[in-house]
Design a binder for this molecule. Sequence first.
Ligand SMILES: Cc1ncc(COP(=O)(O)O)c(C=O)c1O
Length: 342
Amino acid sequence: MTVERVALAVLPTPLQPMDRLGEQLGLPPGRLWVKRDDLTGLALGGNKARKLEYSVAEALAAGADTLVTGGAAQSNHVRMTAAAAARLGLSCVAVLTGTEPSTWEGNLLLSEMLGVQVRWAGSVDYAGLNAAITEAADIARQDGSRPYVLPVGGASLAGDLGYVTAAVELRRQLPDLALVVTADASGGTHAGLVAGLGDHRLVLGVDTGNRPDLLDAVPRMAADAARAAGLPTPTGSARLDREQIGGGYSQPTPAGRHALDLAARTEGLLLEPVYTAKAMASLLAHATRGRLPEGPVVFLHTGGYPELFIGHYNRWLRTAPAADRDHPPAVAAPSTEPTATW
Ligand SMILES: Cc1ncc(COP(=O)(O)O)c(C=O)c1O
């Protein structure tokens, strides 16, 4: 496969200490860090920018003039694919689940501003949405376009290579890193990091409830990404925390809410309910149980800010208990043990 890359992201992203958050957790300065992939640029940033650098390069190499992809109406991936298309003078078609809402907000509004052509797929599952994306590409082809398909959420081997490069960048910034904590949906970010770092034990993926087969998928994708990048097969076995899913994908959790408040009020760091708050909740749970490894621990901030501005989450974001508003909450202590152990 091609490993060409087109520059779309602002790189390297900063690595910043989180000593005030660490202090709340009884950790010494220099133990907790945040890798700011929310600052990758490309229409408000996020992990998809690094993935798009490789998948869009593949599209250009194939002579495509139209990117065809899809996801949920609030897909961060669709927003950033639309931005990449605009930057490169390509068209972008997005197939979205559900029907057109009465109000276009958050990622959906931004995708429209970026010029995406939206098709509504109705109530379809993951496989049904990928089929609808393929169908949209066929229609574009019949209309004389040269489409390139990015599957749901941009999950592809080419995309995973973006996080192989990110791992190399991170290792350069923090050579003795002991653990990276990241939110998992497709698991591509997790897999790419593992491939780049060479060891599953250095990455804790936090399952956000997007796909049920992560524990099988991540090692497979990591091995494929390592092979494609010319690196050895990663050692160890995959680490996954499945205790933060709560009611399911995109359903906010109380532990996520505590994590969101704590990060905001100790570090001025914004998280959102779907991915990063759940990942931070996992990090906090591991820290309070003394389950973090010795050495520097990095929280990968994968972005997702537009979700903060949709009405759906507004009430949840505004209804913290009054005591929590006045005083940052103590670290949440979920009743169950995380599945990952150290
Ligand atoms: C903000 C954010 N964080 C994390 C993820 C998870 O990334 P991956 O699909 O590579 O597991 C996504 C994917 O949708 C995302 O939008």
